[in-house]
Design a protein around this ligand. Structure first.
Ligand SMILES: *Cc1c(COP(=O)(O)O)cnc(C)c1O
Length: 444
């Protein structure tokens, strides 16, 4: 069979029988759409139908698909060195990617751990925090504090800091560590920190600080846990309390990093620094899995002073050269700075074109920040049903829970974006107002 034939034939029967998709059952199958290629902001289905992508493939593909610069970098790297172990070996792709990460992030972040996925970057961050306090003679600091409605990934430690009600805490029982939860921020993005949030934060630090190694939070935007934008003032207060009570601050920028909220990193809205920073998703421009955890000299030194003396993590594919080459190419595209105007334009257009949704009886809230546009419905939506409606309209939008949202590639044209927002309004309007049963929180 010629390669081009292979590419256009999708064996749906095999897929249905044998392959897990995110958050699905092997007995009650949901429709899947066969994608054969992608170019710019468009996905091509096996039927030949073209869909405008409103999701950037789960918020990662910020420069669009098949970008010539990233393709060339990956092709070159592939033929030179696709993979080599990172234990006792180094290579320039890891060095180049790390140089850029150190340069782009706040000055205090100097050390880079190259992980394989976002969840692992979070695991690494949590382990760094625990080992740090072992090295600072406070081994009792073993709990992690976070806010409700968060999302940090699907591995066990990451799950433990996801929203305790909508997340996966109860179904895995004692296997999920009990962490300390503060109510989710209520101060809106454009508002100063309110009294309710201030008191909740202060009370939590006073009560728990002695046992708390770190606070982990998604800065400015809570993503998979509710597509919610909160006040930079909240982060300013959090940073101050972490300093005051000797607690590390872990910022999970896996969703927000690399320009999504209008600043290169969301913490820039609050002008604060993290002790530990997680990045992922858009790190490679969405071309291949890679994530990273950065930390300060102080955190790295504390880890070195711990009984282990070394940081206790090292995955097989750590620092994969192919992924690092993609990251370097993607970061260089970002460093050119065009993303800033692109995100600004997207924000302006999303605000204009989604505003009228608030008048629909099915809609609870409409909000836009950077290249994120959210229509929050009154009721939980039926993802599979809406998915089909969007495909029929020639767009790829994947709602979850109560949220129909767009996080398009920054390179999207005004015309493509208009098609996406029009589809969102059409679909929102068509939703039946009787509720369907709640789903678990995930970005699935
Ligand atoms: C997606 C996401 C993760 C998990 O990343 P994976 O690559 O899916 O493991 C963690 N934190 C945040 C904020 C995310 O959006």
């Amino acid at each position: 069979m010629a390669l081009s034939d292979q590419k256009t034939t999708i064996d749906y029967a095999f897929d249905e029988q044998h392959i897990w998709h995110p958050y699905t059952s092997m007995t009650q199958s949901l429709p899947v759409y066969g994608v054969v290629s992608a170019q710019g902001c468009e996905l091509t289905l096996d039927s030949g139908k073209i869909l405008i992508d409103g999701t950037s493939s789960w918020w990662s593909c910020v420069h669009g698909y098949s970008h010539p610069t990233i393709l060339a970098a990956m092709q070159q790297q592939l033929s030179q060195l696709s993979h080599v172990m990172f234990g006792g070996i180094t290579h320039q792709p890891a060095i180049e990617a790390s140089k850029r990460l150190v340069q782009m992030t706040s000055d205090n972040l100097t050390k880079v751990f190259l992980a394989d996925s976002g969840s692992i970057a979070v695991e690494v961050a949590l382990k760094m925090a625990l080992q740090y306090w072992q090295g600072r003679d406070q081994p009792q600091k073993q709990r992690i504090m976070t806010v409700k409605s968060g999302y940090h990934g699907d591995t066990f430690a990451a799950m433990s800091v996801c929203d305790p009600d909508g997340g996966m805490h109860t179904m895995f029982g004692n296997n999920v560590t009990k962490q300390v939860f503060i109510p989710a921020p209520t101060s809106k993005f454009n508002e100063p920190l309110n009294q309710t949030d201030t008191l909740a934060l202060e009370a939590a630090f006073i009560q728990y600080h002695q046992d708390i190694a770190a606070v982990i939070i998604e800065p400015i935007m809570q993503g998979a846990g509710g597509m919610w934008f909160y006040s930079p003032g909240y982060l300013v207060k959090l940073r101050q309390l972490c300093d005051q009570y000797h607690v590390l601050l872990i910022l999970d920028e896996i969703a927000t990093g690399f320009g999504r909220t209008g600043t290169l990193f969301a913490y820039e809205h609050a002008n604060i620094e993290a002790d530990i920073l997680c990045v992922g998703k858009a790190l490679t421009g969405g071309y291949i899995s890679l994530a990273a955890t950065l930390c300060s000299d102080e955190v790295a030194n504390g880890i070195s002073d711990s009984p282990a003396g070394v940081f206790m993590h090292g995955p097989t594919f750590m620092g994969n050269p192919l992924a690092c080459a993609a990251a370097t190419a993607s970061l260089d595209l970002l460093l050119k700075g065009e993303w800033q105007q692109q995100v600004e334009n997207i924000e302006f257009q999303l605000k204009q074109e989604l505003a009228s949704a608030i008048d629909l009886p099915q809609v609870n809230d409409v909000r836009v920040l950077g290249a994120v546009g959210v229509i929050e419905m009154v009721n939980t939506v039926n993802t599979a049903e809406l998915q089909q409606a969007f495909v029929d309209l020639g767009v790829w939008v994947r709602p979850f829970n109560k949220y129909i949202y767009l996080m398009p590639p920054y390179t999207i044209s005004a015309k493509q974006l208009s098609k996406l927002t029009a589809a969102m309004l059409t679909v929102a309007k068509g939703i039946d107002t009787t509720p369907v049963t709640a789903q678990f929180i995930s970005h699935g």
